[in-house]
Design a protein around this ligand. Structure first.
Ligand code: TTJ
Length: 640
């Protein structure tokens, strides 16, 4: 029987559903860029993790095969293959063809269910060039193949077996995704995270795309999120303040919560929160509860043991300096809020987590006075630094008021007063700054040239940032203030564009500025104000005809096009720096909104920059070497 030709009403509905996914993939998976591509894998793997959490499966094997084919296998019960009572086809077929049937399959009794947006296996199927489903039910091997969501043959038995489990293989559709190449590190990071969040789960990940260089990793962490904290400190090369990792967990009727935390010798906080194994990048009730309870408990502790001077009070910033914490809650039903659904909304979580932390942390501190002492000393040092920063800030304010020169001299401002229509280019180096100034549209484009030695924000607290000759002009030009003073309402430009050369120094300045924004002006990133300008790398020309290329591939393509496969001579000019372009070229290629391409910085990019920064600027050699080895290709491109 051929289902594509024998439409019945159900089948038509199903196909229309999957057609909708193919028409608007972004609505279902966020984007058709790399993020959306990787999302496909998580969507499938999450189902196997659910089976493991239900304790029916002991191992999940994920293979990244040649041609960017993904294969996910679990040794669970196997997706049910019997005929579905209303759809009249195999239940497994329903899972892969009916939207929103994935994950829960009509109340299979799973307590928690993952899936970033829970879009389900049918969405992945619709966006795959092909997908193959194999189910082992202990007796028979069942098999079905789909192409772009459609099937020609129903689920059928292809052999016998004594095993149980599910294997899904699929190849993302190159007609849907801009690039179908998976990033091993991105996938590994996500699987590792899942292994930390689900203590004891056993994930084997293998990348055999290159037969000469097969990479394989077994991820199993009996210590769960405690080992997550340990891993972060180790890979970042941070020394822990205390030996032990504080671990607190609690369970109530429909929810569990756990927290692992430890201080280190840096000044940065890293709080990662999760709800049902999904990273809540914008926090939410669980994270708010953690922050509140932490500040409250440490103040109470200080009061109780007379460790705080009269009138002194620790604020959130003080107690989070140098803190790494993982918060993981698992709920029957999560409500995700905000534009990117990155914030947990469930109100009942807040009192639950607050109570759990307040009670248990106070007990812990009283039972471990030596640990409590180191933590408290660190908090007090942070409090003192905060007060020093306040003084430095007031001094800078008074100074700039007296000098009556509130905007930096290196700023060539624009005339437009409607902020949303304006942009500021932050440019490293005077010659590039000069070209940009001449080439710009001065009505709505402002140029700020940077000069002087960059502050290593890694090692500096806020009090050192005030008064830094390189960063202060940025702060003043943007108008927002920084740290706790930051106010996005005061932002003077709609877009903040970092423009630097495509070389070592350029990527250095990009990383530094992104790290600076990430640490001290984070809302600029979450609000989507930060961009990276993309100057071309090559000019390919034949006589008066020319094209700008932004990558090696593009260069080769244009050489081929302009030479008409070798019939004409073409020349290639390589731009080493922005300064080599004249103002008109810079405008045409990099600054003209009609023709330029820019990268909009997302939180993930900033987190990555911050990570790169910590490792490369930190004082530990081993993690740096390891990082460079692991990311040899990346580092070569970024040249940090
Ligand atoms: C559902 O309830 C009856 C027994 O089997 C349960 C189930 O669905 N198990 C299951 C699903 N195991 N593995 C999957 C699964 C694995 C992958 C990789 C992908 C998908 C969509 C489901």
């Amino acid at each position: 029987m051929n289902n594509i030709e024998n439409y019945d009403e159900n089948q038509i509905q199903v196909l229309e559903g999957l057609e909708a996914v193919r028409k608007r993939p972004g609505m279902y998976i966020g984007s058709t860029g790399t993020k959306g591509l990787h999302h496909l894998v998580y969507e499938i793997v999450d189902n196997a993790i659910d089976e493991a959490l239900a304790e029916y499966c002991t191992e999940i094997k994920i293979d990244l095969l040649p041609d960017n084919v993904i294969r996910v296998h679990d040794n669970g019960r196997g997706i049910p293959v019997g005929i579905h009572p209303t759809e009249k086809i195999s239940a497994a077929t329903v899972v892969f063809t009916v939207l929103h049937a994935g994950g829960k399959f009509g109340g299979s009794g799973y307590k928690v269910s993952g899936g970033l947006h829970g879009v389900g296996a049918a969405v992945v199927n619709a966006l795959s060039e092909w997908m193959e489903v194999t189910v082992f039910d202990g007796n028979n091997i069942h098999f079905q193949r789909f192409e772009r969501g459609k099937y020609k043959e129903e689920m059928k038995v292809i052999g016998q077996t004594t095993e149980t489990g599910t294997t899904i293989s699929f190849k993302p559709d190159p007609l849907v995704f801009e690039d179908v190449t998976f990033d091993y590190e991105v996938l590994l990071k996500r699987f590792r995270e899942q292994a930390f969040l689900n203590a004891g789960i056993n994930i084997v990940f293998e990348d055999s795309r290159d037969s000469e260089n097969i990479q394989r990793e077994r991820l199993i962490y009996e210590g769960g999120i405690r080992q997550f904290v340990e891993h972060i400190h180790k890979t970042k090369g941070l020394d822990s303040l205390t030996e032990e990792i504080i671990y607190i967990s609690s369970e109530m009727e429909h929810a569990t919560a756990e927290i692992a935390m430890q201080y280190n010798d840096s000044y940065n906080e890293l709080i990662l929160s999760f709800a049902n194994n999904i990273h809540t990048t914008d926090g939410g009730t669980h994270e708010t509860a953690f922050r509140n309870a932490l500040t409250k408990t440490l103040n109470e502790y200080g009061k109780k043991f007379n460790l705080l001077k009269d009138g002194d009070r620790l604020v959130g910033e003080d107690v989070r300096e140098g803190l790494t914490a993982i918060i993981s809650v698992k709920l029957e039903e999560c409500e995700f809020e905000g534009q990117t659904k990155g914030r947990l909304g469930n109100p009942e979580v807040r009192p639950f987590v607050e109570k759990m932390l307040t009670e248990n942390l106070m007990n812990y501190l009283e039972e471990n006075p030596a640990v409590a002492k180191s933590i408290f000393e660190k908090n007090i040092a942070a409090l003192q630094a905060r007060e020093a920063a306040k003084k430095a800030r007031e001094l800078t304010r008074r100074k700039s008021a007296m000098e009556n020169a509130s905007l930096p001299g290196k700023l060539a401002d624009c005339s437009e007063r409607d902020r949303d229509l304006t942009e500021i280019y932050i440019v490293e180096g005077d010659s590039a700054g000069g070209s940009a100034k001449e080439g710009r549209n001065r009505r709505y484009q402002a140029i700020l040239s940077l000069w002087g030695k960059m502050l290593n924000v890694e090692k500096a607290r806020l009090d050192k940032v005030y008064g830094n000759e390189k960063l202060m002009p940025v702060v003043t030009a943007l108008g927002t203030g920084l740290g706790e003073d930051f106010n996005i309402e005061k932002l003077r430009y709609g877009k903040v564009i970092i423009m630097a050369d495509a070389d070592v120094d350029g990527s250095h300045i990009r990383t530094l500025l992104l790290t600076f924004f990430f640490r001290f002006m984070r809302p600029l990133i979450t609000n989507g104000n930060i961009y990276i300008a993309q100057p071309p790398l090559f000019k390919v020309y034949r006589g008066k005809q020319f094209k700008y290329a932004f990558s090696d591939t593009e260069r080769d393509k244009y050489i081929n096009e302009l030479s008409e496969s070798g019939r004409y001579k073409v020349d290639v000019q390589r731009y080493k720096g922005l300064g080599e372009m004249d103002p008109e070229q810079l405008w045409e290629t990099t600054m003209n909104p009609e023709t330029r391409t820019m990268i909009k910085i997302e939180m993930e990019d900033a987190v990555k920059a911050d990570e790169i920064f910590t490792i490369l600027m930190g004082d530990k050699v081993a993690p740096r070497r390891e990082f460079i080895e692991r990311n040899a290709k990346l580092v070569e491109n970024l040249d940090i």
